[in-house]
Design a protein around this ligand. Structure first.
Ligand SMILES: C[S@@+](CC[C@H](N)C(=O)[O-])C[C@H]1O[C@@H](n2cnc3c(N)ncnc32)[C@H](O)[C@@H]1O
Length: 223
C-alpha cells in the first residue's frame, strides 16, 4: 500500500533543518497554542523528576515558561534559527534556570554518559532521522533511574483519522511534520535496549500521547 506508514522512510536531517528554518519566524504564533497542553504535561512530568533536565529539539524555548528554579535546563536543537529564538527568549532574564542552549543533533549528543536526571522530547521523536538512535543517546546521557519523557501525536492506527494520517504522511514530511509514527516503535526500542523500561503511556487531550521510560538503576553484567 503506497501510504502504509511502514513503507515511508524516516525524515532526513536535512529536510528537518530546511523545514525548521522556515518555521522559526512563525513557530511561536502558530504552534505555541496548538501544542500547549502537551508541552505542559511533559514539563510537569519532568518537574516531578527534577534536577538536571535536557530538552532535545528544544525549538524556540516555548517550554521555558513551564519550568522553575527547582530544575536546571539544557536545550539542544538541530536548527540554528530555532535555537537563536530560544536564546533570545532566555536573554530576557526570566529563565535563570536555563543553563545552556546549543545547536546539536540529538542522535549524537555531545554530553558524557549519565549527565542528566531527565531527558524531555516535546514533539520531536517522530521527526528525527533515526528515532531509535536518538532514544539510545537519551538513555546514555541519563543517570541510572533517570527518565525519558516524550510527548507527541502518535499514529492513530485505525479508523478514519488513521487513514487521513496515512494519506497526508508524505506531504507532511516536507513541512517538518509526521502524523503516522506508531507507538509500537517506541515500545520495541525499550524492549531491545535492555536498560530502558516503559513506565507510562497515557493520552493527553486533545490528541497527544505522553510516554515515559526509566533507565535501569543497575544492570547485570553476564559472568
Ligand atoms: C515540532 S518542533 C518542537 C519544538 C519544541 N520542542 C516545542 O515543543 O515547541 C521539532 C523540533 O525538533 C528539532 N529537531 C529535529 N530533528 C532534530 C535532531 N536530530 N536533533 C535535534 N533537534 C531536532 C527541530 O529543529 C524542531 O525545532
Amino acid at each position: 500500500m503506497i501510504n502504509d506508514p511502514s513503507t515511508l522512510a524516516d525524515p532526513s536531517l536535512q529536510v528537518m533543518e530546511r523545514a525548521y528554518e522556515k518555521w522559526a519566524p512563525i513557530y511561536d504564533a502558530l504552534c505555541g497554542p496548538f501544542f500547549l497542553s502537551g508541552r505542559r504535561a511533559a514539563a510537569a512530568a519532568a518537574r516531578d523528576v527534577g534536577g538536571k533536565i535536557l530538552e532535545i529539539g528544544v525549538g524556540t524555548g516555548l517550554s521555558f515558561d513551564d519550568y522553575d528554579n527547582t530544575s536546571e535546563i539544557t536545550g539542544v536543537d538541530i536548527s540554528e534559527p530555532m535555537i537563536a529564538k530560544a536564546r533570545e527568549r532566555a536573554a530576557s532574564g526570566r529563565y535563570p534556570f536555563v543553563k545552556d542552549l546549543r545547536v546539536m543533533d540529538a542522535s549524537a549528543l555531545e554530553f558524557p554518559d549519565a549527565t542528566f536526571d531527565c531527558v524531555v522530547a516535546q514533539f520531536v521523536i517522530t521527526l528525527v532521522e533515526n528515532p531509535e538512535q536518538v532514544l539510545s543517546e537519551c538513555a546514555r546521557v541519563l543517570k541510572p533511574g533517570g527518565q525519558i519523557i516524550l510527548i507527541n501525536h502518535l499514529y492513530s492506527e485505525r479508523g478514519f483519522v488513521a487513514a487521513i494520517e496515512r494519506l497526508t504522511a508524505k506531504q507532511a514530511r516536507k513541512l517538518g511534520l509526521r502524523p503516522e509514527f506508531p507507538f509500537a516503535r517506541l515500545a520495541a526500542w525499550a524492549q531491545g535496549h535492555g536498560e530502558a523500561e516503559l513506565i507510562e503511556r497515557r493520552s493527553v487531550k486533545p490528541f497527544f500521547t505522553l510516554v515515559r521510560f526509566r533507565r535501569a538503576i543497575s544492570h547485570q553484567v553476564a559472568a
